[in-house]
Design a protein around this ligand. Sequence first.
Ligand code: DX5
Ligand code: ZN
Length: 224
Amino acid sequence: MRAAARIAPSILAADFASLGEAVALIETEVDSLHVDVMDGHFVPNISLGPPVIASLRASTSLHLDCHLMITDPVRYLESLKSAGADGVTAHIEAVPSPDPFLREAERLGLTKGIALNPSTPVEAVTPYLDRVDLVLVMSVQPGFGGQSFIEGAVDKIAALRESIDSAALSADIQVDGGVDLRTVAAARSAGADILVAGTAIFGAADPVTAIGELRSTMDHGSTQ
Ligand code: DX5
Ligand code: ZN
């Protein structure tokens, strides 16, 4: 039987001026934080990098799972590791031959994942499923929080679930973008293990309650 699904809050939706407080609030509710690193080149937005990760590291023991929406991820792995990152996920569109990325992440002792954009077919990542800790299915175009879930992600999650299970592999499936009370159950029942949510958590009046509602909705299909 698979491990219970996990919720990973995306700090992109938090108030960066009080990031420490936002993280402290949800720290006991989850195991990991989703940290979106954007370079203004791979995606048309700039978010944060190693200095902010170092500040987070100093204020939390949560697993810092860094989603690298950057053009040349290998170049930054060492500084991300030094800043305190625990895991890194690179986009297959940025590293079409991901061997150097996977090897460098391994050398540094980082958990590693490969992400795919909504328009990228699952076949682009299936050759690497036996070498990653997670595969990240983007359910929005990467670059911005607060977008609507692209339904096509559900079939991709299901296809990856089938590939991972039929080969008895252990890679987790992470889904990211537009995950909220309306979409979380479909993503979970298709086979997602890690549900990333930004706006649905940090945009809520009470992030702790929001996490609890996401958790119960993903397992039971409603908050009732
Ligand atoms: C988008 C980011 C997501 C984003 C999700 O490029 O990768 O992690 O923060 O935000 P919501 O949950 O608001 O769609
Ligand atoms: Zn992300």
